[in-house]
Design a protein around this ligand. Sequence first.
Ligand SMILES: [Zn+2]
Length: 421
Amino acid sequence: MSNDYILECSIDPRKGKLSVKGIITIPAPPRNALFILNRGLRWTKTVRRTAMGNIALEVYKTDDVEVPKFYNGDLWVFQIDEPDLDEIVIEVEYSGQIHPPSKESRMPVMGYIKKDFVELACYCAWYPVPFNMETHLFFDVVLKGPEDWTWKANGTCKKLRETDDSNIWKLKQDSLVNDITLVGLPERNAHLDSESLFWGPKDMIGSQKILDNDARKMLELLEEWLGPRGTENPVKFVITPRTQGGAYARSGHIVVGGGYATDIKLRPQVLQAMCHEICHDWFCKASVKNFDNWVDESLAEYCSIIVTDDYLKEDFLDWRVSLTKEKLEKQGHVPSIRNLTRDQDESYAAYYFRGFLLLNEISEKVGRNLFRDIIGEFARLSVKSDTVTSEMFLEFIEKKSGKKIYDVANLWLDFEGTGIP
Ligand SMILES: [Zn+2]
C-alpha cells in the first residue's frame, strides 16, 4: 500500500501559519479513506478527481476509531462511494496553525511553527496522515518559505528559486517512506557543514560537534555489520530546540529534540543512543499498530549496544545488561510485550528493556558470534522487505541457528509482571 503526495505548502513562521494545496493518490480503500489532520488546520477544499471531472468529496470528523496517542490530530473520513477503482485521486486544500496536543493528553509537543524554528512530522499531522499506518508514501513538495530560511527533509531538499520576499524549495522522496518530515530555521542561525553529522541552530550544534568523530566511526562499524542502510540519504542528526519528546529517525534523517548531552562521563550512553537511531535505517519495517514493533526497537537497542561495546571495549554490553535489568525491575509491573502497542506508555520498558534482554538471552543460547551474523543477515533482509513481523524474525533465527528458540521467545513475549521471566 502506498500513497503519493504532491503538495504545495507555504509556511509563514512569523504568523505561525501553514497553508497547503495538495494532490494525494491512494490505492482505492474498501469503503472510506481515513486521514488524521492537526486540530488547528481547516479544510478549505476536498474534491475527487475522476474521468468525468472533479466531484465534491464529503468529509467528516469521527470519534468512532481511536487515533493512536502519538498523533496529535482529528480523524477525518473521506467518503468514497465507488470502491471498484484501482486508485483514488484527491485534491485538498487546508490552512491554519499547528495546535499543540491538549494538556490532558500529556503528550509532548512534537510539531510547531515558530518564528525562529519549524519542526513538522506526522506526530503533529501537518499533512493528511493516512490512518492506516502500514501505508508508506512518496512525496514531492514545493515549499514557499521566508527568503532567508533554510530547510531539511527526509528526502532531497533543494532551493529552487528566490522571489522578492520568499524562497521556493523542493523536497522529494522517491522511495517509500513512512512520513514527511520538515525542519527549518533562519539561515543566519544555521550550522551548515556538510562534513558534520549535525544540522540545526548554531548555538546548539557548537557543543554537539564533539560527537562527530566517534559517531561517524560507529556508523561505519554498523554498515560493516548490517550491510547497506535502507536509504541513500546521508545520516544527519537534526537538532531542534524542542525540549520534550526525544528523537525520531526517518531514513537517515534523525530529529533530536534538545540535542545530546556532551559530558564525557555520559559519552558511552550518548553514542549508544545515537547508534540506536541510526539502526532504524535498517529496522523500521514492523507495524507500530501492534506488538511487532518490539522487533525494530529491541534490534535497534541490541545492535547499538553491541556496536558501542565493540567500539569502546569497556564491557559496555555487560554493564548495559545489568543496568537494563535494574531499570526494568524499578518499573514494577509491566504488561507483556505481546499485549502492548507503541502508543502505550509501558511499551518503552517492554520493547526497549525486556525486548533487548530477550535478544541478549537468545544470543547466549545461539552463541554470540553466530547470533551476530544472523542479525547481520536479517538486517539485509529487513531493508528489502515491506514489512517485518515477530514471526518472520523468530523463524529466521531458528532456521539460521538450527536452535529451538520459539519456546524461550514466547515465554518472554507473554511474560507480564516485574522484570523478566
Ligand atoms: Zn527506536
